[in-house]
Design a binder for this molecule. Structure first.
Ligand code: MN
Length: 293
């Protein structure tokens, strides 16, 4: 009878690589990244003259104490996001307040099943490559994304728009101390690959080419470096940062019946609540949209 009630032991391991480059035009690299299991995040700072660099590093430092753990709980993730918003906001207020985007994932569990929790605020991105399908998990918080959603612009036009750098949500940047990040829950499967990047990649390299490199370069470090090189070849007009995360082990497996509206690829209730709050206009905003560089 002993074998009837075995507690499933959740195991989730990943291998990964990361690369960053100042690009061909800018003098400072205001991007930062944290890529140490179970935390994989890219932050694209704004504010200029070192302020952006400090903002992106400040946001990531909030998560550094989670490094070395097996998993990050939803509560721990929410708390770090709140702390990051407060600490970046504290760097300065006003029209030229420092700020940063944040995108990426943490390894986590849901009902003792392995999962990743993808976070996003701003226009850095997290892509998911699984079962032969490549998709963008995150949705940019940007003016051009809103125009795309409204049907007034194609995604390709958005990539070349002169207003592509105008973001509508960020940590800091005068947006307030309680800016809300989206959180997406995805069941983890061995063989899944995630590509996390700043807009220095997604602004220079079309999604089909990002997919091609992600598909063809097996080693995650080589894939991250190749993607950065593609952005530099395409012009390198912005700082570019890429993390590639490969899920190696994910047990116990998810039963298909467990995958429903609350999991892949929907938003968690936290994000839904945040969105309601945003629509109710309870999030303090600065007088104008923030242009980030
Ligand atoms: Mn950028």
């Amino acid at each position: 009878m002993l074998e009837e009630k075995t507690v499933p032991l959740t195991v989730l391991t990943a291998s990964y690589g990361a690369a960053t480059d100042v690009g061909r035009v800018r003098e400072h690299n205001e991007d930062s990244f944290l890529a140490q299991s179970p935390v994989f995040l890219v932050a694209d700072g704004m504010g200029g003259h070192l302020a952006g660099e400090i903002a992106s590093q400040q946001a990531l430092s909030t998560f550094s104490d989670l490094v070395g753990r097996d998993f990050v709980t939803p509560d721990e993730l929410s708390r770090r996001l709140e702390q990051a918003a407060v600490s970046v906001h504290a760097l300065g207020q006003g029209d030229s307040a420092p700020g940063t985007t944040l995108s990426g994932l943490v390894l986590s569990t849901q009902n003792e099943r392995p999962c990743v929790r993808v976070v996003n605020i701003g226009d850095s991105r997290t892509y998911h490559f699984a079962s032969g399908t490549f998709s963008q998990v995150t949705r940019d918080h940007s003016e051009v994304q809103e125009l795309v959603d409204a049907g007034w612009m194609t995604a390709e036009e958005a990539r070349f728009s002169g207003r592509r750098n105008v973001i509508t949500r960020a940590l800091g940047a005068g947006i307030g101390a309680d800016a809300a990040a989206d959180i997406f829950l995805l069941p983890a499967h061995a063989g899944d690959r995630f590509v996390i990047c700043s807009d220095g990649l997604s602004g220079e390299v079309p999604p089909a080419l990002i997919e091609m490199v992600a598909r063809c370069t097996a080693d995650p470090q080589a894939a991250a470096e190749e993607l950065v090189n593609r952005a530099l070849t395409a012009g390198g007009r912005d700082n570019v940062t890429v993390i590639v995360v490969d899920i190696d082990t994910a047990t116990p497996a998810w039963e298909s019946v467990e995958v429903d509206d609350t999991t892949i690829p929907g938003k968690s209730s936290t994000a839904a609540l945040a969105e309601e709050a945003a629509q109710a206009d309870t999030i303090p905003r600065s007088g104008k949209d923030e242009t980030h560089e």
